[in-house]
Ligand binder design. Structure first.
Ligand code: ACM
Length: 504
């Protein structure tokens, strides 16, 4: 069944460009030349309702579906606030704000469609000024709207951006075709639970199911659309078609592989990231340990540490590997002797701090904490242009204060630090950096202090001379503080990003 969506009262600039009398300003407009949310929205006047009823009458003749989607999302209220007609109408109808005016709009359209034996679906914004009596709600800005609607005894379709937007990237590979921001890998789709726990079993009955969305701002061909849909749509299908207790992601991936062959035999273009390898290098019990993983477990992983490209004769990975010296960890998955999926290559640079006990006074923000384990002493530098690569540690409005226990007395020469700078993204260099040493881990004395750090580029790298023999080192990097007026994020605490504390 095809359910058409006719957007109102927002996302309607093309219609208003054709019929300026349907807008709030009456001024002539161009059809939008790029995507986004427009301030130009329908005016809730009789001309608009007559027009929309005519459009919907044509739509109903074309689509026999029980439901008609009437949009309702992303309708800025600015023009309604400024319109004498809208303000007058709100008074006359006893509507207390523009959200209630939007609900008035949707209720009128619902009344028309219900008279024609059709039901409406609307995005969760239709909750904001009170729901139309029979509306089904599509919860896209998270699950909250869906929960509220189910509790109010309205049908719900869950489609939160976090799990259901297939226009988001599905892989972090630099070879991915351009997509809209956001990251939604296959396993995240599979983890959707469409029936939130806070609903009673009676309320849960209102959750009809879930929907995947592909918006095509960047999607230029049918093949590209299929690539974004598959196999994420397979994961979502299994989620909505099977009870929670029977969902098992690993089992899903093994069944997915033959299913992909079926899809490909049908000529469907499928994204195959389930053989892509993920590597992480982390300190564990005083050693540096490499873990390699892929979603699909049916391939053989080979790795090297000596700079050579992995082949089927390279060591086979079947358990975490200890890294003892400088080198590059490279890995590739193979099936029947052929390389499959994307491998990876991670340069590892050993130093005196690697895998030593590290204590942070304030932990890094959960979003940028090196995958839950600190990555400040793992021998891995962060990307030079992407602070979101899992190797950078980000501190929001906080300073860095890290203490490293070297275990034994160690003669050290330099401490090397790198900071990320991207003021447009609220990321600032520290105000100052101080290095201290201690023999007992309690009494620290300053070895060196640096004030005023700057860089032309995105990375400020500094090598601090610290010639000393010591057991403990402490690094303090003072957060920039509150972001100045006129800058992006003004008034908020700046972010501080650091990738590795290298001690040589
Ligand atoms: C939406 O993505 N604006 C529903």
């Amino acid at each position: 069944t095809v359910i058409p969506e006719i957007e109102m009262p927002g996302h309607a600039q093309a219609a208003i460009a054709a019929y300026p009398e349907l807008g709030c300003t009456g001024k002539p407009l161009e059809v939008m030349q790029t995507w986004g949310v427009s301030e130009n929205v329908y005016c809730p006047n009789e001309k608009t309702f007559t027009f929309l009823e005519a459009v919907l009458t044509e739509v109903m003749a074309l689509f026999p579906s029980e439901y008609i989607h009437i949009g309702g999302d992303e309708c800025p209220k600015k023009q309604w606030e400024e319109s004498a007609f809208c303000q007058q109408l709100m008074k006359k109808e006893g509507l207390k704000d523009e959200h209630e005016l939007q609900s008035y709009f949707i209720r009128r359209i619902e009344g028309f469609l219900n008279k024609n034996e059709r039901q409406i679906i609307g995005w969760d914004e239709i909750l904001e000024g009170g729901l139309a009596p029979n509306a089904t709600v599509m919860s896209w800005r998270g699950m909250k709207g869906g929960i509220e609607a189910a509790k109010a005894k309205h049908d719900v379709i869950m489609t939160p951006t976090s799990h259901c937007y297939f226009d988001y990237y599905q892989s972090k590979s630099p070879n991915e075709p351009l997509a809209i921001g956001g990251f939604l890998p296959l396993e995240k789709v599979y983890s959707l639970e469409p029936v939130p726990e806070e609903l009673t079993s009676e309320e849960a009955k209102y959750i009809l199911g879930a929907q995947g969305n592909i918006w095509t701002e960047y999607i230029t061909t049918p093949e590209y659309m299929q690539y974004m849909a598959f196999p994420r749509l397979c994961a979502l299908s299994e989620v909505v078609w099977s009870p929670k207790r029977e969902r098992d992601f690993e089992d899903f991936t093994t069944r997915l592989l033959p299913h992909i062959e079926r899809l490909e035999a049908m000529g469907v273009k499928v994204a195959k990231h389930f053989h892509d390898l993920k590597g992480s290098v982390q300190p564990k019990e005083g050693k540096l340990e490499a873990n390699i993983d892929a979603l699909a477990k049916d391939a053989v992983i080979h790795y090297t540490l000596d700079g050579s490209k992995p082949t089927t004769t390279s060591p086979t990975y079947d358990a975490p590997v200890e890294i003892k010296e400088n080198g590059t960890l490279q890995a590739q998955a193979f099936q029947n002797g052929k390389a499959v999926g994307e491998g990876f290559s991670i340069p590892v640079k050993m130093h005196e701090g690697v895998a030593r006990k590290l204590t942070l006074k304030t932990p890094a923000s959960k979003k940028y904490d090196g995958g839950g384990r600190t990555s400040l002493v793992n021998g891995i530098l962060g990307s030079n242009d992407n602070f979101n690569d899992g190797n950078w540690n980000g501190f929001e409005g906080e300073s860095l204060e890290a203490t490293i226990a070297l275990d034994t007395m160690v003669a050290v020469q330099h401490l090397t630090l790198r900071f990320f700078k991207s003021e447009g993204q609220w990321i600032y260099l520290p105000k100052s950096v101080e290095v201290l040493s201690s023999l007992d881990g309690e009494n620290f004395k300053t070895i060196t202090t640096i004030a005023a750090i700057d860089t032309e580029g995105k990375i400020a790298a500094m090598q601090l001379p610290i010639e000393t023999t010591t057991r403990f080192l402490k690094v303090k990097a003072a957060n920039h503080g509150i972001i100045a007026d006129g800058k992006a994020g003004a008034g908020n605490g700046a972010w501080l990003f650091v990738d590795e504390i290298q001690i040589n």
